[in-house]
Design a protein around this ligand. Structure first.
Ligand SMILES: [Zn+2]
Length: 142
């Protein structure tokens, strides 16, 4: 009863269409987040005096900026995934070229790596950001 048929799983036409539709919808949603975020950031009236209000406005625009930042990064991932779909290269790990797997693609439609490669990449990133932080600290003239 333990037949682990975890073999040749591939992206079928129907799933590809489903994912493409999802990505298109996501693309629209993200574009509107970005547009709204940028619009709201521009119309911040310079009404000084009330420090508390200024502080909360700053916080708000920081949150807004972070949202826009995250949305534009996700939008880039969505665009990349759509391009891969068009080129029929979608669903393959960019590091090991194995098929990423339908379950993973369904939950993370713009995953560009299989799980093991993603975990390795994240570990590397953490190490790298720690390293650059260390450089910053040691480069501090004070
Ligand atoms: Zn991989």
């Amino acid at each position: 009863m333990s037949t682990t048929t975890k073999s040749r799983e591939l992206l079928d036409r129907r799933t590809a269409l489903e994912i493409e539709r999802f990505l298109q919808a996501r693309r629209l949603a993200l574009s509107s987040v970005i547009r709204r975020g940028l619009g709201e950031r521009q119309e911040s009236p310079a009404d000084e005096g009330d420090e508390e209000a200024t502080a909360s406005r700053t916080l708000e625009s920081e949150v807004q900026a972070a949202l826009v930042d995250r949305a534009s990064r996700e939008l880039a991932q969505v665009d990349a995934a759509l391009e891969l779909l068009r080129e029929r290269r979608y669903g393959y790990c960019r590091d090991c070229a194995e098929f990423i797997g339908l379950a993973r693609l369904r939950s993370l439609p713009f995953a560009q790596r299989c799980r093991p490669c993603q975990e390795r990449a994240e570990r590397t990133q953490v190490v790298e950001s720690r390293r650059s932080l260390a450089t910053l600290v040691t480069a501090d003239p004070d």
